[in-house]
Design a protein around this ligand. Sequence first.
Ligand code: PGA
Length: 251
Amino acid sequence: MSKSKLIAGNWKMNASLEGSAALVRGVLDGLAQAQPACDVAMCAPAPYLAALQGWLAGQSAVQPGAQDVSAHASGAYTGEVSADMLRDFGVRYCIVGHSERRQYHGETDELVAAKTQRALAAGITPIVCVGETLAERDGGHTEEVVRRQLAAVIHVNGHCITEVVVAYEPVWAIGTGKTATPELAQQVHAALRAQLRAASDHADRIRLLYGGSMNAANAASLLSQPDIDGGLIGGASLKAADFLAIVAAAR
Ligand code: PGA
């Protein structure tokens, strides 16, 4: 069955409130000229989510997203943000298990699976990131690593896995300007799809995004691969023109 692609911007810890407002305005202006053929999300830093909700009010072309969520429902977890809190600000998507969270904050496969479950319970679509490091790729372990990361999420979330978006982001391609070739990305996406098919009768509905130095120049060839259903965009989501060009390539 056909599904619309998803282009999600991951601003990470970049920009100012003012700069973010200008970015959103630029993207919305662009999309008003040319309606997107795909779903679009912008994942902002947590303190900007209230403002983002306001900037995106009254339109449906772009949905608000967050970059992380607590694995806990509520309680004594200083500094954390719960899924219900995100929901209060209209958040529709939440990145979970980004490699920067796994690498710098020690997030394990089990924690990522628990965060995924929290987001789903709050009615937020998790964008679950998986991906291998350069050493893992060079060691021939790419599929083993991404399958292990995804298996933990499937194990905890069962049939709800159909409500999840999965993003394959090779760690060596993030922010480095090195993109996986479309063929190489497709190969991993096909492996992930096969794993999802074994877990769900509706695996073909699940959107598999590619992330890692996707930009205006390489988006079309990546997005034309049969199992690439969208993109998770870091650096190129910070400039309206670049982000709009990637959205335009997703059809
Ligand atoms: P990048 O980041 O597009 O800057 O490589 C992607 C991501 O980390 O989600």
